[in-house]
Ligand binder design. Sequence first.
Ligand SMILES: [Zn+2]
Ligand SMILES: [Zn+2]
Length: 309
Amino acid sequence: MSFVDSNADRLAFVVCAGLILVPLEHLLPRRKGQTLRRAGLKLDISYMLFGALGTMLVSAGVIALCVTLFAGLVPEAVRSLVRAQPVWAQVIALIVVGDLYYYWAHRLFHTVPALWKFHAVHHSIEEMDWVAAHRTHPVDTGITNSGFAIVALLFDVSATAYAIFSLQFAFHSLLKHSNVAVGWGWLRWLYVTPTFHHWHHANVAHAHDKNFAAQFPLWDRLFGTALMMESQGPARYGVDDPVPMTFLGSLVFPFWSGRGRTAAGAVSGDPEHRPEQRPEHRPDMADHSGRSDHAVGEAQAMELAALQA
Ligand SMILES: [Zn+2]
Ligand SMILES: [Zn+2]
């Protein structure tokens, strides 16, 4: 089970999504002046065209393993109850329960140094738009996104409900990365907004390791990782890890031995490209960027002021 099953479906979906999101990014830009032609665009198009294949391979293994391991855990009475629900209720339940798996898998990718190297590929995006959303390492997406299919199979969610879920999930994934300034009022507490996810990508200390949910932000509220700042987006995105800006380079980057963060937050490898430690490892550190102290202080003061507003 995948979000969009065939290459033809995937192509049709991307074309339709582009027809909606390109005009929206033009009419309601979050960052005015940001154009579609930007640094990293070739890399993101490569992931758009070829990344799904790797993700499907990893997903197939993860889903098969988990469903085999946990098949007997859900009582038949619960599966029958799920089957008896209307499609819309199954879709909502899948968003909520599946996102609980996603939340913890995503959080694990931020916490375990070996996993972070895979996830750093996604966080290397420095200019957010709907095309950049595709930049995810197959090992990362293959594990984190599989939770929805696992939950659907274990709880016997109907094929129709899963198809509707998949379509909204795929479009929402592009929308929440897009350079579109839209909010949805009180619904922001129930359904992840672009601003919520943009803060997840912020390269400022106070936003690190926040907003892990894919769709249901109440998980972040419940587990103490929510950063709700709908009034403005972050000043800066990206990571300091030396993620290569080529398709093959970024695919093999996590496997390089001796590079990236270690469990203690120390880094080995080329000192010229040494990523700084993140704040959970160095609480005394105001920011792990390479910017000047003045620039860091100014940006953080603005962002903290917005936090308190
Ligand atoms: Zn992340
Ligand atoms: Zn993202």
